[in-house]
Ligand binder design. Structure first.
Ligand code: HEC
Length: 173
């Protein structure tokens, strides 16, 4: 099941990268591979669409600004989580994951006000991210006891996959 999800995300990802490269109209094809987070073999198997295939989602102006500010905090939280893990403080990483990205962050983000403007798939992507972050918090806390960091990296990748999945499907502008 997880393999399937990863394959699906990798496929969407290579599409997204293809679209980005097409939009920028870059002729440096040599560099496009090094910039790609997906294996280059995935590239050759999927034709890049010429246009942006993300679904436009209409949010009220104020809510767009608010949501984008939240997004920037999501990225900051990911950075802080990785920083704490690197410092060998999985408990601190777990706290950040739960409070800023996990189920506990739902009220913080005013998720209930925003959800009604989202198509179902986008709501699901948001829920998947909050669940994955709460799972990361649990796994990181466990690693403080077991000393095994591998599950933490996998859980972190699941969170990032949720970001990638939603970004591949939806846009505000
Ligand atoms: C439920 C959908 C969804 C999820 C989940 C999501 N995002 Fe976003 N994010 C968006 C949308 C939509 C945009 C606007 C994209 C556009 O209009 O081009 C965006 C934009 C952003 C931006 C740009 C902000 C700006 O100022 O323009 C950042 C940074 C970002 N997201 C980070 C993240 C990170 C990190 C995660 C995961 C921890 C994440 N997002 C999860 C939907 C999502």
């Amino acid at each position: 099941m997880r393999q399937l999800v990863i394959a699906a995300v990798a496929a969407t990802l290579s599409w997204g990268v293809g679209a980005a490269i097409a939009q920028h109209n870059h002729s440096h094809s040599d560099h496009s591979h090094s910039a790609s987070p997906a294996p280059s073999s995935a590239h050759s198997e999927h034709a890049a669409p010429a246009s942006d295939t993300r679904e436009f989602v209409k949010f009220p102006e104020k809510l767009v600004e608010h949501t984008l500010a939240n997004m920037r905090d999501h990225l900051l939280a990911l950075q802080e989580i990785q920083e704490q893990l690197g410092l060998g403080r999985p408990d601190a990483a777990a706290k950040i994951a739960e409070a800023r990205l996990g189920m506990s962050s739902l009220s913080l983000h005013g998720a209930h006000d925003v959800a009604k403007f989202m198509p179902k798939g986008m709501q699901d992507a948001g829920t998947a991210m909050h669940r994955a972050a709460s799972q990361l918090a649990i796994v990181a806390t466990d690693s403080g006891v077991t000393g095994d960091m591998k599950p933490v990296f996998s859980a972190l990748a699941n969170v990032t996959s949720a970001c990638v999945g939603c970004h591949a499907g939806y846009r505000f502008k």
